[in-house]
Design a protein around this ligand. Structure first.
Ligand code: 5RP
Length: 218
């Protein structure tokens, strides 16, 4: 079974958590499967709040109404993918560059269901380069702070986030204490969002595997 087929299995299983109302929808290839499947049950929901322009366009193409988070208040459910998850469901996110809006929608949601293929579950976060969204003028400054933390930052050139910012991908970090590192990087001037989701982890991880889906709870 291919990773993409495993992603689709996880997305299918997440549909069971859709009870109605307005659904928080993340970004990425796994979520694209979820959006396509959500279209089949769109009569059951009022619409979606999206974490990126790309997901908004895909939702609208399926005839699913996209709401502004400011207009709808807190959400019951947020469904999103991840680049890595540990067993506590602390995540690395932002491979697609949508980490800031993803973190906002996750924070505003009562339940965060993460969907991924089984390769995303790891013992220790950090093999996947950690995305950090920065204000453009702070890019070099933040990069030096990442070096001081033991990482090797690389500027994701030719990429601008939906918020008009830049991304540093920080290689070589072994993230043993995700909540502490999340707070530490959050406190650096010029950082908009760090791609560690540990202060607000996922509540449930659905993994697609060749044998079917597997659910991990912290
Ligand atoms: C985008 C993300 C995605 O959830 C993450 O990159 C996983 O993507 P995919 O589902 O394509 O593997 O954080 O910013």
């Amino acid at each position: 079974m291919t990773p993409d087929e495993m992603k689709r299995l996880a997305a299918e299983a997440a549909l069971e958590h859709v009870q109605g109302g307005i659904i928080g929808v993340g970004t990425g290839s796994t979520v694209n499967h979820f959006i396509d499947l959500l279209a089949g049950v769109k009569h059951r929901i009022d619409g979606a709040v999206s974490s990126s322009e790309a997901s908004s366009a895909r939702l609208r193409a399926h005839g699913i109404e996209v709401f502004e988070l400011n207009d709808v208040g807190d959400l019951d459910l947020y469904v999103d993918g991840a680049d890595e998850s540990n067993r506590q469901l602390h995540l690395i996110k932002g491979g697609g560059g949508a980490l800031t809006r993803e973190k906002i929608v996750a924070a505003a949601s009562r339940r965060f269901v993460c969907i991924a293929d089984e390769s995303k579950l790891v013992e220790v976060l950090g093999a996947f380069p950690l995305p950090v969204e920065v204000i453009p003028m702070a890019r070099s400054y933040v990069a030096r702070q990442m070096v001081a933390l033991g990482g090797t930052p690389r500027w994701r050139e030719s990429f601008v986030t939906d918020n008009g910012n830049h991304i540093l991908d920080v290689h070589g970090l072994e993230i043993l204490r995700p909540t502490e590192l999340e707070q530490q990087i959050n406190n650096i001037a010029g950082v908009v969002t760090v791609g560690i989701f540990a202060l607000r982890p996922a509540d449930l991880l659905i993994l697609g595997t060749p044998e079917g889906t597997r659910v991990v709870e912290p």
